[in-house]
Design a protein around this ligand. Structure first.
Ligand SMILES: NC(=O)c1ccc[n+]([C@@H]2O[C@H](COP(=O)([O-])OP(=O)(O)OC[C@H]3O[C@@H](n4cnc5c(N)ncnc54)[C@H](O)[C@@H]3O)[C@@H](O)[C@H]2O)c1
Length: 446
């Protein structure tokens, strides 16, 4: 059978909702994706190497706060969705989507080993007429230069002829209300025209707008451009924060004023540093790959340098403010408000709060944290503080020498929480000017 007719057959299966979708990696990206395909009437199998996650999902439970367990339960109960660790079941799948982690190594080098391992698992079972799509964020060229050879060598099949292969970047933004996995437009770039067409028809079953591009490298690069754009603009406003601070100018008020311009300006906000799985890491995929081509991605490196220096800047401001009160950091009791990297989510990956805690502890402070989304601090790859959240109450806050607001959770917006405190260091502009209780004499923006 020609690749064209294999592709037509597969497209028909998607159109008739007769296809089975396999999604490898049931985390922040893979799970919501699985659920929208199940909602669209397709059969979905979620693959994960973590048996605890698999059991939890099959029992209809959620381990991600913004994904309600009722959505998982409805998928499991209707038979549309189930999770498994048995990779032999990949054979049943018409499409296989890869949503595994792509971390950076200790020297900020991309670690694509999860993609490679997954590729080898797929290759062992790959059969003619299947579609494979990589969704994990990576540098340009991964799909054709790394995944394609792994799939071909392990299966003896030829990509574009016997099976189809594409890249489609995930744009998941946990906790977002205005756009969902279904309504965020999805970019798709195949290794050839048929792969793109087949992948577009697969995503169109569940996603409102699918945007085909001419190659997998364009799709890989578009994802990096989006994240570098954010990283660079956040770095710009973080740097301006330090400049305006030295001039005695409030950067938050400057931004509010600038954003009244109806065109040519888009507000970005400063903070204690970058967090999340994407923005602190993904830009370095490009700078690493650029070096291979004899190029420097200077904006990426500079933005990284500025953004990663922010926790130290906040600690410096805290130390100065304590000093003004005749106190040292050493021995002071300091409370970090918020462990999550952004408001109202239970996601603490790469959160700058950990850097703040570590830097303050190194200077001898006695540090606690408060975050209703994290009653207990889990051990991460880098950190193991073993702390528990203190209650979010004014009488508790009052017992600290300093409160550092690191996350703008809604729970922290009650201005009464900040009554009669000794020192508040606000990195998120959460204390509303004019509404700050008069009894709070020490407010520092950082
Ligand atoms: N989290 C986001 O908001 C976001 C947004 C856009 C893109 N991404 C990208 O999507 C990819 C996945 O990120 P995530 O946030 O879903 O990660 P995650 O850590 O939440 O989930 C990954 C899942 O993959 C599983 N896993 C690891 N190795 C596996 C293997 N060999 N086989 C099967 N399962 C395996 C893990 O157990 C975990 O459940 C990354 O490349 C990330 O950069 C993430």
């Amino acid at each position: 059978m020609t690749s064209f007719s294999l592709g037509e057959q597969l497209q028909d299966r998607f159109l008739e909702r007769a296809a089975c979708i396999g999604i490898i990696g049931q985390g922040y990206v893979g799970l919501p994706l699985a659920l929208i395909f199940a909602d669209a009437g397709l059969r979905v199998i979620g693959f994960d190497t973590d048996p605890v996650k698999v059991d939890c999902l099959n029992a209809g439970q959620s381990f991600i706060k913004h994904i309600g367990p009722e959505r998982i339960r409805s998928g499991v109960d209707s038979g549309a969705y189930r999770a498994t660790g048995a990779f032999d079941e990949l054979e049943q799948c018409d499409a296989i989507l890869i949503c595994v982690p792509t971390p950076l190594g200790p020297h900020r080098e991309p670690d694509n080993s999860f993609i490679h391992r997954t590729g080898r698992e797929i290759a062992k079972r790959l059969r003619p007429g299947q579609l494979v799509v990589l969704e994990s964020t990576t540098y340009p060229g991964t799909t054709t230069q790394e995944l394609l050879p792994i799939l071909q060598d392990g299966s003896g099949l030829i990509g574009g002829r016997d099976f189809f292969l594409a890249f489609s970047p995930e744009r998941e933004d946990p906790g977002r209300g205005d756009y969902t996995t279904r309504t965020i437009p999805k970019i798709v770039g195949g290794i050839d025209e048929t792969s793109t067409r087949v992948a577009v028809s697969m995503y169109s079953t569940a996603i409102s707008k699918v945007v085909p591009v001419s190659s997998s490298a364009i799709a890989e690069s578009a994802k990096l451009l989006e994240n570098i754009f954010r990283s660079v603009n956040i770095a710009l406003v973080n740097e301006l924060k330090t400049v305006f601070d030295a001039m005695g100018i409030d950067v938050w008020e400057v931004i509010e004023a600038a954003k009244t311009k109806p065109f040519g300006y888009m507000p970005f906000y400063p903070g204690p540093g970058l967090g999340g799985h994407c923005i602190p890491l993904d830009p370095f995929f490009l700078s690493w790959k650029a070096a291979e081509h004899g190029r420097w991605a200077r904006f990426v490196e500079l933005a990284g340098e500025i953004n990663t220096s922010m926790p130290e800047w906040v600690v410096g401001k805290t130390a100065d403010a304590l000093n003004d009160q005749g106190k040292s950091v050493k021995g002071s009791r300091i409370l970090i408000l918020g462990l999550a990297y952004k408001p109202n989510v239970d996601d603490d990956r790469e959160s700058p709060s950990y850097e703040l805690i570590s830097a303050l502890m190194k200077r001898g402070a006695i540090v606690d944290y408060c975050d209703p989304y994290f009653p207990r601090m889990a051990r991460t790859r880098k950190w193991d503080f073993g702390l528990e959240s203190v209650p979010c109450r004014n009488d508790i806050f009052r017992s600290y020498d300093a409160i550092v607001v690191a996350t703008a959770h809604d729970e922290f917006k009650d201005q009464n929480l900040y009554r009669e405190l000794r020192l508040v260091v606000d990195t998120r502009n959460i204390l509303v000017p004019g509404r700050i209780p008069a009894e709070t004499p020490w407010l520092v923006r950082a």
